[in-house]
Design a protein around this ligand. Structure first.
Ligand SMILES: Nc1ncnc2c1ncn2[C@@H]1O[C@H](COP(=O)(O)OP(=O)(O)OP(=O)(O)O)[C@@H](O)[C@H]1O
Length: 944
């Protein structure tokens, strides 16, 4: 069995299993034990040749092998052996000659086994010789196949021509008969050995016999081994099948495990993210730059142990006095590239598209790689570019469900001033437009007037980023050749509209590259750089205060202490997701600064703000927003209208004042005219009286010349006339003084209900008559009671007709003897106003009534009286006209004002101040009127 397990390296290693199977001997060949039987020999030969053929098959052909491996001694021997075998079988020609019985075979075997013992003597075959012989024969039990195939390399070169000699020898050997004893055989054999030992040929002579024996042995072994091979091959086949299936099983199991592991890792990450979100959505990544060439040249050593650091842990090297480990969400060592860093950052880009506000900012000491991480270089683009690239990638993925609009703004906070880096004027050295932060809603801050560049692809994005970057304030310091002297902020505004649900989102992504904190003593900055550094440090310390307040859940968070914190208020306040890159230097010399940054970052990581809020705008909200916008516009328009109205009111107010002034002037004039008119009227009346008296006298004289003579002439009462004249003058002045102003009529109230229009004139007449009579009475107490005209309806004229007026039996006497002026002063009158209003006004003024003519006046019948009456009427009209032009205006205006005030009240609602002013104006006017009235009354009283 042990042999069975021994595999020929040639067969097992180089020959495929199938070919090995072909090499197996046929099982029938084992059924016959007769080795020297022709058939057995033939079989054995066949087997050998088969084997050799197979060998030749492996190498191409026997010939090929021979040609190819002619220098190989083993190969040569094998081939020689084969050729010899061919020849020997062919040369004997008689199969019977080689027939041996089983007993001989056994003997032969036993001899072989005992040969070494029996030879025993030095001169026969010592061990060495046996070994030599064996080796010469190529006997090798350990490699039975090679017994056939190999010869000893020590065997001298034999040629095919040697074969007949060997064959002859072989034939001799094979001619032993069955009865040959072991001893004789040994003897003969020894003799032969003795004979042949001396010469090399003798050894060759032994070969055929040995070869046969060996062949027999080989035959057996070959058969056994062939069987074993066969079995083994079958086993191997089975085994290989099993192994193959096991391998397949393992592979599938491995794949399965791999998938499950990935799923598990993903789930773990999601859960971790959820925990982070619940904690407060501030995540902190730590990144350390590699040592730069200068540091390497100086022989600086690494302050951190990144190899030992794992799973977000940062270990400070132990040889340093201060030992501390920090824990962050991710730690990127010096060997980490931009792709590695962005791998963990990409999820934030997706969050922006999902409607969350996101803020990513880099913080750290100057020269630690903040700008490298955020902006990167052309070859190694940073987070800014990659995040936008990711945005567009996801937008493209979601293009069938959601429509997005992206715009980018770039600004910087330089020396506590906000500058727009996309404005063309923002070139270095050019005074930039100053911008301020405004609160546009609850928790929403905005910088009005900031340029928002709409971008739709990465080409446009890159242009915007380049423009912003080129305008940024950069200076050279000891710590960094291209040190950022300002906080650079990219604001990406994302508007999303879900095409299916109609849900709208409006979110912002802030990408902030902070200016580096630096120790002034260390960097030795001066002048402008010093000022910049102080501002940078101040704003970073304000950021630190905000972080501390947030961490301690202070009720007041000092966001407004710096422009930077004011801008980042929305991001740090809790509604958004925040990622902070804390950048550190690997140099041991910078350890104190690095530790400061790391402590700060740890505090940031400890802040718990609660989950981020999705910035959703539902369709309803949008509708209401649009409505609010519309109303806002309408309000704006109304405000404009009100302003216009205010202006026009102001103009009207001015005009009103002007007109009041004019009015006053006119009133004065009216007063003057009225007094003039009164005088004229008195004069006219006197004249008329005189005329009447004259006529009466004449009439009386005619009727009764005697009595006329006995009567005291009118001229005999001069004193009375004089008295009357004096009284008349006094009355006149009193009347003028007592007479109210025309405008007073606007507030003057009629004592009785207003009479119908048609009665006005009659009423007028009656009133005039009454007044007249009273005046007359005053003037002349002896005067008899006048005749009262009964009230009539219908249109009445001042110029009454003789038919309408009843003849008075006794006419009153007039005492006035003052002569009339030759002509009345011509006055230009405007045509009388036909309105009732004017009549009313007229009626409102009892002092201004036209004196009625006596119904029995002889003037009625003559033209002179008519003329006078018409002159009086014209005068009266003139008075009316002089008085009235302003009055209707005033009334109308007052009405207009009221209406306007009402309108204003209706239209502007809360804007009552305009109306108030107008009302106040109205009130003022009224007050003025009252005061005027009072004043006049007082004057009047005083006069009385
Ligand atoms: N991870 C990195 N790999 C290779 N080089 C880096 C890395 N980080 C930074 N650098 C290099 O270090 C130098 C300083 O980096 P950078 O200007 O980004 O620092 P900074 O923190 O922005 O400085 P400052 O605050 O002064 O602006 C640059 O030359 C940059 O290329």
């Amino acid at each position: 069995m042990e042999d069975n397990n021994r595999f020929d390296p040639l067969l097992l290693t180089d020959v495929p299993i199938q070919q090995q199977q072909q090499l197996q001997p046929k099982p029938e060949t084992r059924s016959d034990n007769t080795f020297f039987n022709t058939s057995v020999m033939a079989q054995s030969h066949d087997l050998c040749f088969d084997k050799i053929e197979d060998v030749s098959l492996l190498d191409g052909s026997c010939e090929a092998v021979r040609d190819k491996d002619c220098m190989d001694p083993i190969g040569n021997n094998v081939l020689d052996e084969i050729s010899w075998r061919d020849l020997s079988s062919g040369a004997t020609g008689n199969d019977q000659a080689v027939v041996l019985d089983n007993g001989n075979v056994k003997k032969e075997i036993s001899w072989r086994n005992s040969i070494s013992e029996e030879i025993g003597t030095e001169d026969v075959l010592d061990d060495e010789n046996v070994k030599k012989g064996y080796s010469e024969l190529g006997l090798s039990l350990t490699s039975p196949d090679l017994v056939v195939c190999s010869g000893s390399p020590d065997i001298p070169n034999r040629t095919y021509e040697d074969s007949p000699k060997l064959l002859k020898q072989s034939s001799l050997e094979l001619s032993f008969e069955n009865g040959i004893t072991e001893g004789s055989m040994m003897k003969d054999y020894n003799n032969n050995v003795d004979e042949d030992l001396g010469s090399s040929e003798a050894s060759f002579a032994l070969l055929p016999l040995a070869s046969c024996e060996i062949m027999k042995m080989d035959q057996i072994k070959l058969l056994e081994e062939a069987e074993a091979y066969k079995n083994h091959a079958a086993d191997m086949n089975d085994m290989s099948c099993i192994i193959q299936s096991k391998i397949n099983e393992q592979v599938t199991q491995h794949e399965d495990l791999k998938i499950r592991f990935n799923e598990g890792a993903k789930e773990r990450k999601e859960l971790y993210n959820k925990i982070q979100e619940l904690k407060g959505n501030i995540r902190v990544f730590c990144r350390c730059r590699p040592l730069n060439s200068e540091e390497i040249a100086e022989g600086a050593s690494m302050a951190f142990d990144f190899e030992a650091s794992k799973d977000g842990e940062l270990r400070v090297k132990s040889n340093i006095a201060f030992k501390k480990n920090f824990k962050f969400d991710s730690v990127f060592g010096p060997e980490a590239n931009q792709v590695d860093v962005f791998e963990d950052t990409a999820s934030f880009a997706t969050s922006v598209l999902d409607g969350y506000n996101v803020c990513i900012f880099a913080y750290g000491q100057t020269g630690t790689g903040k700008t490298f991480t955020m902006e990167g270089t052309n070859e190694n683009r940073g987070v800014n570019f990659r995040t936008l690239e990711e945005l567009f990638r996801v937008i493209n993925e979601r293009k069938n469900q959601i429509r997005y609009e992206i715009s980018v703004s770039v600004l910087e906070v330089y020396n506590e001033q906000i500058r727009d880096l996309l404005l063309p004027s923002s070139q270095p050295g050019v005074a930039a437009k100053r911008l301020e932060i405004r609160q546009v809603g609850e928790g929403l801050h905005h910088v009005p007037g900031l340029v928002e560049a709409a971008v739709s692809n990465m080409g446009e994005v890159w242009e915007v980023l380049k423009t912003g970057s080129s305008s940024r304030a950069v200076g050279s310091t000891n710590a960094n050749e291209h040190s950022s002297r300002s906080h650079c902020i990219h604001c990406v505004m994302v508007k999303g509209e879900n095409l299916v649900s109609g849900e709208c989102t409006r979110s912002k992504l802030w990408l902030v590259d902070l200016a580096g904190s630096e120790r002034i003593a260390k960097t030795e900055v001066q002048g402008e750089r010093l000022k910049e550094t102080q501002n940078i440090n101040r704003s970073l310390s304000a950021l630190g205060d905000v972080i501390s307040a947030l961490a301690t859940k202070s009720p007041h968070i000092p966001f407004r202490n710096s422009k930077l914190t004011h801008l980042l208020q929305d991001s740090l306040g809790g509604d958004s997701k925040t990622l902070m890159f804390v950048q550190i230097s690997p140099n041991e010399n910078d350890l104190s600064e690095s530790l400061c940054s790391l402590n700060f970052a740890s505090r940031v990581r400890g802040i718990e703000l609660g989950p981020a809020k999705k910035q959703i705008e539902s369709s309803e909200v949008i509708k209401y927003k649009q409505m609010a916008e519309r109303y806002k516009n309408e309000m704006k328009n109304k405000d404009l209208q009100i302003k216009k109205m205010e202006d026009s009111f102001h103009g009207l107010d001015m005009k009103l004042k002007e007109k009041e002034l004019k009015n006053k002037i006119l009133q004065d004039k009216v007063k003057e005219l009225e007094s003039q008119l009164l005088v004229e009227r008195k004069l006219a009346r006197q004249h008329v009286d005189t005329k009447i008296a004259e006529q009466q006298m004449k009439q009386q004289q005619k009727d009764d010349p005697v009595s006329t003579l006995s009567r005291q002439p009118l001229a005999s009462k001069p004193l009375i006339t004089q008295k009357i004249n004096e009284e008349s003058k006094e009355n006149q002045s009193n009347i003028i003084q007592q007479r109210p102003l025309v405008e007073k009529n606007t507030t003057y109230k009629l004592p009785a209900p207003f009479p119908p229009a048609r009665d006005l004139v009659n009423l007028d007449d009656n009133m005039e008559n009454e007044n007249e009579n009273e005046n007359e009475k005053e003037n002349n107490p002896y005067m008899p009671e006048p005749f009262k005209i009964p009230k009539r309806t219908g249109r009445a004229s001042i110029c009454t007709t003789s038919q309408r007026v009843p003849v008075r039996s006794v006419l009153p006497r007039r005492n006035s003897l003052i002569p009339l002026p030759s002509t009345l002063a011509p006055t230009k009158f405007l045509p009388p106003l036909p309105s009732i209003e004017s009549d009313n006004e007229y009626l409102d003024q009892p002092d201004c009534c036209v004196e009625p003519l006596a119904a029995d006046s002889p003037k009625r019948s003559n033209g002179g009286g008519k003329k006078l009456m018409s002159a009086l009427r014209r005068s009266l009209n003139k008075k009316n006209q002089i008085k009235s032009p302003l009055q209707p205006h005033q009334i109308r205006r007052a009405g207009g004002l009221n209406v306007a005030v009402d309108r204003v009240r209706v239209s502007i609602g809360s804007r009552a101040r305009v109306a108030h002013r107008l009302v106040a104006n109205g009130r003022r006017i009224k007050q003025q009127n009252c005061m005027e009235k009072e004043r006049r009354w007082n004057i009047g009283k005083g006069a009385l």
